[in-house]
Design a protein around this ligand. Structure first.
Ligand SMILES: Nc1ncnc2c1ncn2[C@@H]1O[C@H](COP(=O)(O)OP(=O)(O)OP(=O)(O)O)[C@@H](O)[C@H]1O
Ligand SMILES: [Mg+2]
Length: 221
């Protein structure tokens, strides 16, 4: 069963005083529930744009995207927010943690938003799992890159999302921290049974995926 379906998706960025950029030039793709898909391709080929649009963080100019039966491209903003909260987890290259919230609060936030009473407790269990049990009260600026990404990982999986998107999650980490984050990502993903779309430049990591998509100039080859 397909959890994600994109048809002829086009995304163009308008730039002030310059020609527009066609970041996605008609992308069609279908992802099966539980699948691990790696996305590779040269810098500027449209990988980040693809993830942003597929996850409903930004709208395409044309084409359609269905996530678990909902047409993202026609959903009202309110429904889209609910869909993102309950069905989607996102891990970014530069973490995107809320600076004014502690590690514990950052992780609990999506679960609290979903109205789950056990949010705080679950956030603590997750942070302990990734080795940050002693850093619950730390703010993002007090954490190392690897620690911040582990917090972001916990936040992404706390609602057991059907779909997990990760855009070069180890891009800002050294090899050792990067490997640890990937190990945890794959472990947590297996536990939540999430479908995973992962952008990576690493051939060895792409080799672990069920399928590899190669992007070039706004298209999937
Ligand atoms: N907000 C934006 N405004 C204008 N152009 C953009 C914007 N975001 C991306 N682009 C352009 O769209 C194209 C695709 O960018 P994208 O970030 O999706 O590439 P990428 O494959 O993720 O690259 P990288 O491997 O360097 O992260 C590029 O030409 C880029 O310059
Ligand atoms: Mg990118």
């Amino acid at each position: 069963m397909s959890i994600l379906r994109a048809e002829d998706v086009v995304k163009t960025y308008e730039r002030e005083g310059a020609s527009s950029v066609e970041a996605l030039r008609g992308v069609t793709l279908s992802v099966t529930a539980g699948e691990f898909v790696a996305v590779t391709g040269a810098s500027g080929s449209g990988k980040s744009t693809l993830l942003t649009v597929l996850s409903g963080l930004d709208l395409p100019n044309s084409g359609s995207i269905h996530i678990d039966g909902t047409e993202v491209t026609r959903a009202r903003e309110q429904d889209l927010a609910g869909l993102r909260n309950q069905k989607i987890g996102f891990v970014f290259q530069d973490f995107h943690l809320v600076p004014s919230l502690t590690a514990w609060e950052n992780v609990a936030f999506p679960a609290e938003l979903a109205g789950r009473a056990e949010a705080r407790q679950q956030a603590r269990v997750l942070l302990e799992r990734v080795g940050l049990g002693e850093r619950l009260a730390s703010f993002p600026h007090q954490l190392s890159g690897g620690e911040k990404q582990r917090v972001a990982l916990c936040r992404a999986v706390i609602n057991r999302p059907a779909l997990l998107f990760a855009d070069e999650p180890t891009g800002n980490l050294d090899t050792k921290n990067g490997e640890e984050v990937i190990r945890l990502l794959l472990e947590l993903r297996a536990e939540s049974g999430s479908t995973l779309l992962l952008v990576t430049h690493s051939d060895s990591l792409a080799g672990l995926a069920d399928r590899v998509l190669v992007m070039s100039d706004g298209r999937i080859l």
